[in-house]
Design a binder for this molecule. Structure first.
Ligand code: F0G
Length: 457
């Protein structure tokens, strides 16, 4: 039997949640156009839509809010945040941004030109959209195992270097940026090994490609490396993370994940020229360089959260809870991506609802069914979320997968909440043949999964 893993914190303040009756859930889903993104939080019982911006802050972070210095320029919170980001990443230059896509706006404006290809292990949806918005092409070069749901390999976020070489050869002079995402969000938070980061770094140096780390979940990546990688076992996550950053030219972070805050982010850079290239865009889009779209108190909370997010005792409990949910679903025979990753458990909606063709949106249909059944909100990441125009024909192509992601907010739910969610998924699995599909209403838009409405097919 596995050892019990008590969380290294106790609860000080609670927020009531309730399961609204089934007929109210039906009405809520109807009003939301069957898209769970459009539901009111009040109508949701256990919310596993995202791990982003949903963390519970610590008493120290709440105290930090009170100490926030709201000066427009040069606030105390900024000084502290800059010091912490430098310490955690080793990068000397820090630009605060209001969230991850603020960093994406800035670095894509500075480093991406129309016609470029931007390499990545598995670009997340907002990153892809930002790259395309600059007239460039996002290209994923993850290892084959990364896209194979059943492959038990420990580092399914790794880059296939041979594939990356081919992309560079096919687009001479057009590959100038590589975004390495730690951990890979799309396949359930699968980590990248430190050995692979080293290989990507030397590949990028050889080809004169700038390497940025998407650090949204860098601490979870480092923790998984400390568990799974030969030669790294038992090493402190903070040391592993620092080494990974030392191999790159910069990092973009949505602190709403491993930064344990409800809003915030940063762009950190090694070279003064890169800072010069980004700074004007940061000021234009995000605000002055000592607040970046945040209140002074947010900077303070983020500085504290970044340090707490690297605490090994916290990470043991955090990753342990995700693994607990994965175990419950896997034991119930539900098709989930293996092995468990960092922040979420991902159900293969295509296999779960194998009677539905992709036009009937298995991922979104399963998300709607789960909400209706138990008030649990997860997110469908399927053909719709990752649909993109074909570079040649311009026609919309669905992404590679139909997935339902149950993302686990940090320090928010107990194991009981997750067991409840797992039971609900298992009950749906038992009557999966009864679950119908959905059809989109209206024409497709950019990032359609956020706003689209559907009707039962
Ligand atoms: N990079 C990664 C790997 C992400 O997962 C996200 C957001 C972003 C960048 C953008 O950051 O939301 O702060 O602007 N992922 C969220 C999610 C939305 O639910 O996985 P943001």
């Amino acid at each position: 039997m596995e050892r019990t893993r008590p969380e290294p914190w106790r609860v000080k303040s609670v927020e009531p949640i309730r399961l609204v009756p089934r007929r109210d859930r039906e009405a809520a889903l109807q009003a939301a156009g069957h898209n769970v993104f459009r539901l009111r939080s009040e109508d949701v019982f256990v919310d596993l839509l995202t791990d982003s911006g949903t963390s519970a802050m610590s008493s120290s972070q709440w105290a930090g809010l009170q100490e926030g210095d709201e000066a427009y320029a040069g606030s105390r919170g900024w000084e502290r945040l800059e010091r912490v980001v430098r310490g955690v990443t080793g990068f000397p230059h820090v630009l605060p941004v209001h969230q991850g896509r603020g960093a994406e706006t800035v670095y894509c404006r500075a480093f991406v030109e129309p016609g470029d290809v931007v390499l990545g292990n598995l670009h997340f949806d907002t990153t892809r959209a930002h790259i395309r918005n600059r007239g460039a092409l996002p290209v994923d070069v993850v290892v084959d195992e990364g896209l194979d749901p059943d492959d038990p390999s420990p580092f399914k976020g790794n880059v296939d270097l041979a594939r990356a070489e081919r992309v560079v050869a096919e687009h001479p002079g057009r590959a100038r940026l590589f975004v390495l995402t730690l951990t890979a969000n799309t396949n359930g938070g699968q980590p990248v090994s430190l050995e692979n980061v080293r290989a990507v770094s030397s590949f990028c140096r050889r080809h004169g490609i700038r390497l940025l780390i998407d650090a949204a979940r860098f601490a979870e990546n480092a923790f998984l490396v400390s568990e799974r990688e030969d030669g790294q076992r038992g090493r402190l996550p903070a040391d592993i993370a620092l080494e990974a950053f030392s191999l790159a030219d910069g990092a973009a972070m949505s602190a709403k994940k491993d930064g344990l805050v409800n809003v915030g982010g940063f762009l950190a850079l090694r070279e003064p020229e890169d800072l010069e290239a980004c700074r004007p865009w940061a000021i234009l889009y995000e605000g002055f360089v000592t607040y970046g779209g945040m209140a002074g108190r947010d900077l303070e909370a983020m500085a504290r959260g970044l340090e707490e997010g690297l605490d090994p005792a916290y990470l043991v409990a955090r990753i342990g809870q995700v693994r607990f949910l994965h175990g419950l679903l896997s034991d119930a025979g539900i098709p989930v991506l293996r092995p468990p990753g960092g922040h979420s458990v991902v159900v293969e909606a295509g296999r779960f609802l194998d009677h539905l063709p992709r036009e009937l949106l298995p991922a979104e249909s399963l998300a709607a069914a789960l909400y209706l059944h138990a008030g649990v909100r997860a997110v469908g990441l399927g053909g719709l979320a990752f649909s993109e125009p074909d570079p040649e024909t311009g026609e919309m192509r669905p992404g590679p997968w139909e997935l339902l992601r149950l993302a686990v907010p940090r320090r928010v739910y107990t194991d009981n909440h997750l067991a409840y969610a797992a039971e609900a998924v298992a009950e749906l699995w038992a009557k999966r043949a009864e679950i119908g599909g959905l059809r989109p209403i209206g024409p497709p838009t950019e990032l359609p999964h956020f706003t689209a409405t559907f009707e039962p097919a």
